[in-house]
Ligand binder design. Structure first.
Ligand code: 13P
Length: 253
């Protein structure tokens, strides 16, 4: 059966000392508390802290993910970080297509598809974000938007490749706003995404893919969100910056 995953997206937060403290804080708690066996914890710090974080990370505690990757293989792309670089540092996961990258850096579904290809080529697992903005939700267009994001970002993949992908549903109106999707709203879209996967790749594969919820997920609401049949964990922003909260969320299954 599919894994439960709780991934912390630190976004552009923490100086080096704060990052060091945060990773240490996570480790200290995990030395005392054991996570449920089928729960994978992932920490996604900014690029400069990947090495420090993966040095600390022992696979038995958590895995490490990047927040972005180049859509190009290598060469004259100043400021970019390639999938091959991440691979050579033994980074396991990478977030792709976060709504902040779509909104502020012009990422399209085609960019997402190219980045996913780079990651898979280099053995990293993409965490692909999808989700509608508020106006789309208000116009009841969330299904169309998410369908298009999933199809254009992922449906060029073979079944073998698709197995490596994690999907995160993050309704943009719930990100950093304190407004969480209700458990029913989350389950509705997660189930919709799994149905799309079933239609394209078959039920067996669709049942193996972890679909995470993101958007103001915190210790007080994680349990009721994760209790839904198609919600396999969370992509956590703000609450992943506090070691206690982050681990409390991971203990919420
Ligand atoms: P918040 O948990 O801060 O709402 O952020 C969610 C998110 O964007 C995770 O990628």
């Amino acid at each position: 059966m599919r894994k439960h995953i709780v991934a912390g997206n630190w976004k552009m937060n923490c100086n080096f000392n704060e990052a060091d403290e945060l990773v240490n804080g996570i480790m200290e708690i995990l030395e005392e508390k054991e996570l449920p066996r089928d729960t994978q914890l992932i920490v996604c710090p900014p690029f400069p802290y990947l090495e420090m974080t993966s040095d600390y990370a022992n696979d038995s505690y958590f895995m490490v993910g990047a927040q972005n990757v180049s859509d190009q293989e290598k060469g004259a792309y100043t400021g970019e970080v390639s999938a091959e670089m991440l691979e050579s540092m033994e980074i396991d996961y990478c977030i792709v297509g976060h709504s902040e990258r779509r909104a502020y850096y012009g990422e399209t579904n085609a960019t997402v598809a190219a980045k996913v290809n780079q990651l898979l080529k280099h053995g990293l697992k993409p965490i692909v974000c999808v989700g509608e903005v508020l106006e789309e939700r208000e116009a009841n267009r969330q299904f169309d938007v998410v369908k298009q994001q999933v199809e254009e970002g992922l449906f060029h993949l073979t079944a073998e490749q698709m197995k490596e992908v994690v999907i995160a549903y993050e309704p943009v109106w719930a990100i950093g706003t304190g407004k969480t999707a209700t458990p029913e709203q989350a389950q509705e879209i997660h189930h919709f995404i799994r149905t799309l996967l079933t239609e394209k790749y078959g039920k067996e594969l669709a049942d193996e893919i972890s679909i995470l919820y993101g958007g103001s997920c915190k210790p007080s609401n994680a349990k009721e969100l994760f209790a839904n049949a198609d919600v396999d964990g969370g992509l956590i922003g703000g609450a992943s910056l506090k070691a206690d909260d982050f681990i409390a969320i991971a203990m919420s299954f």
